[in-house]
Design a protein around this ligand. Structure first.
Ligand code: FAE
Length: 530
């Protein structure tokens, strides 16, 4: 794992993660690097590791902070039940996905503005949850590490050799990410997954198939939590504001290995704002360095020969749409900004009978899904989600992934310098109709009803106004070639979720990681000088 050290240059206020040199001196500041990676989520982390291993000096620019220093309470991340400033990205009140419980606003809390770990980015009719910090979405997500159905992968990526993906890149991604599965015997007996067993029984009574899903949370650690021999994290409600233990997030896997190569440096709290190309074909980047109040304290210029975009579906697409529309990269393809979708996400809750208790104790890591994707009339894969409140509430919660074919585009807003998203309520209604069809069946087979109190005061049953799975914007084979090379601009690459055309049918990070591995293998073999 190498000698990873966090160094804070007090004079400049610059926090830099680097590898301690033999002399103990800090590596020289890098303003020009052979390769720059924007963002440190899945796509960025894979790029950084493979570049570093190839001996290419690489700088990663990440707008969020490094989550490796305990706060005053001795913990790196705050708890979900008592969130503080660490929870959300520059907010004065938390914005949890479940807004209410029994219609009461008991979930959200006033906080002070700070570069917290979870962001909710609001567009006109859709808001998108994303992770902020070294590790991107891996810091806040549910860890579900699902490989998509081969047939659906091939449908979404007709130009990609799926034999090679399933033979080489998916296995590589799973092994690097530390994917493991819950011990079935423990699952059947532990109080922490009673909520899942109840939902499974109701699905089975409906004649539906359920399937275990792997996770990157260390289930050995979780069993020790349950036994009382390890500090609780997944069993203490931790997930969307970060896990203090147990989760193999990217800072512990890909990024730790990347730093261990000695060739990779990560600059935190630096947001790339503009990309342009110099006369010699190299890349120029403008990045704003912020402090913990969000104030821009320095605007920096960087140069590189190879530029990898891993800012996620929102981050990467915004940078490229802005570059095309402001004329810094005018030859970008017209499809940059298009092909965006929510992976058909809809969240909902069902009310169980009094005898079907879900348990006061619930693990935050989902381990099972209701798999009705083969139902061509209404394909849905529904994750059985936890609702850990510490009390019995008889709620079965789900995150449904529906095969919603709707796609939207981002457009440049010259007034704000940001982007707008053309997703509408009508697009979401398609996901809701599909989720409703499936859960009406489950309710009817079990004589149950929906919960009306979870998503605000308007008796909303289906949370259709947010997604955890933003996908697309720079779709593989459209905005880029078949390997993520941006059309029209040599040595510019996209490696993240913006390559996926709006839907992949399961939780997306294994697919994003595997595609990034495929891109890096090709680019390092063909594009870089030996
Ligand atoms: P991502 O991980 O979002 O990383 C992008 C990084 O770039 C972030 O760290 C940004 O701060 C940074 N960035 C963006 N713009 C800039 C800029 N201009 N300059 C500098 N830095 C920038 O992208 N997926 C699963 O497969 N299983 C799950 O169980 C699951 N649960 C989820 C639960 C939650 C609450 C959320 C929010 C997401 C969940 N996801 C899950 C989705 C998953 O985390 C997401 O698909 C990936 O993180 C996307 O990876 P990317 O590399 O595309």
């Amino acid at each position: 794992m190498g000698m990873v050290a966090l160094q804070t240059a007090a004079a400049s206020g610059l926090t830099r993660i680097g590898l301690q040199t033999a002399s103990g001196a800090e590596p020289a500041a890098v303003d020009n690097a052979p390769a720059i990676v924007v963002g440190s989520g899945y796509g960025g982390a894979v790029a950084a590791l493979r570049l570093g291993q190839a001996g290419i000096r690489t700088l990663v620019l990440e707008m969020g902070r490094a989550w490796n220093t305990p706060g005053a309470d001795g913990k790196v991340f705050c708890s979900t039940s008592a969130p503080d400033q660490r929870s959300m990205w520059f907010r004065t009140r938390t914005e949890a996905p479940l807004a209410t419980f029994l219609w009461l606003d008991v979930v959200n809390r006033d906080i002070s503005a700070y570069p917290g770990v979870l962001d909710r980015v609001h567009f006109d009719a859709m808001s998108v949850y994303v992770g902020r910090g070294v590790g991107g979405g891996s810091l806040v997500n549910g860890g579900m590490a699902v490989t998509p159905l081969k047939a659906y992968f091939a449908e979404q990526f007709p130009t990609v050799d799926s034999a090679e993906m399933y033979g080489t890149y998916f296995p590589r991604a799973r092994s690097m990410l530390g994917v493991n599965t819950v011990d079935p015997a423990w699952f059947e007996s532990t109080e922490w997954y009673r909520f899942t067993r109840i939902s499974r029984a109701h699905a089975q009574k409906t004649g539906l198939k359920t399937t275990f899903v792997p996770n990157v949370y260390d289930f050995g650690y979780m069993q020790r939590e349950a036994a009382g021999t390890a500090t609780k994290s997944a069993l203490a409600g931790e997930v969307i504001y970060g896990n203090n233990h147990g989760k193999r997030s990217l800072d512990k896997t890909y990024l730790a290995s990347a730093l261990g190569t000695g060739n990779v440096t990560i600059h935190t709290m630096e947001k790339v704002r503009a990309i342009s190309r110099a006369a010699d074909g190299s890349w120029l980047l403008t990045a704003d360095r912020i402090d913990t109040t969000g104030t821009v304290v320095e605007t920096k210029q960087y140069g590189c020969a190879y530029l990898f975009l891993g800012g996620g579906s929102l981050g990467t697409t915004e940078l490229l749409v802005r570059a095309r529309e402001t004329g810094t990269l005018p030859a970008l393809d017209a499809s940059v900004g298009a092909g965006w979708g929510t992976n058909g996400n809809v969240m909902l809750g069902r009310a169980n009978h009094l005898w079907d208790t879900v348990g006061a104790n619930q693990s935050t890591m989902p381990v099972m899904g209701i798999d009705d994707w083969a139902n061509t009339a209404n394909p849905v894969f529904a994750e059985i989600a936890p609702l850990p409140t510490g009390l019995e509430h008889w709620v079965s919660l789900y995150l449904a992934i529906t095969k919603n074919p709707s796609r939207a585009s981002f457009s440049y807003d010259s007034g704000t310098g940001g982007v707008r998203l053309g997703w509408t309520a009508a697009h979401s209604a398609v996901s809701v109709a599909m989720a409703k069809k499936l859960f009406d069946r489950i309710n009817s087979a079990n004589s149950t009803i929906y919960r009306y109190d979870l998503f605000g005061s308007s008796n909303k049953v289906f949370a259709d106004d947010f997604t955890y799975h933003p996908l697309g914007g720079c779709v593989l084979g459209k905005a880029t070639d078949n390997y993520g090379r941006v059309k029209g601009y040599p040595r510019l690459y996209v490696t993240d979720g913006s390559l996926v055309p709006g839907s992949i049918g399961v939780n997306p990070f294994v697919t994003i990681t595997a595609l990034a591995e495929r891109t890096m293998a090709r680019v390092l073999a063909e594009d870089t000088a030996p």
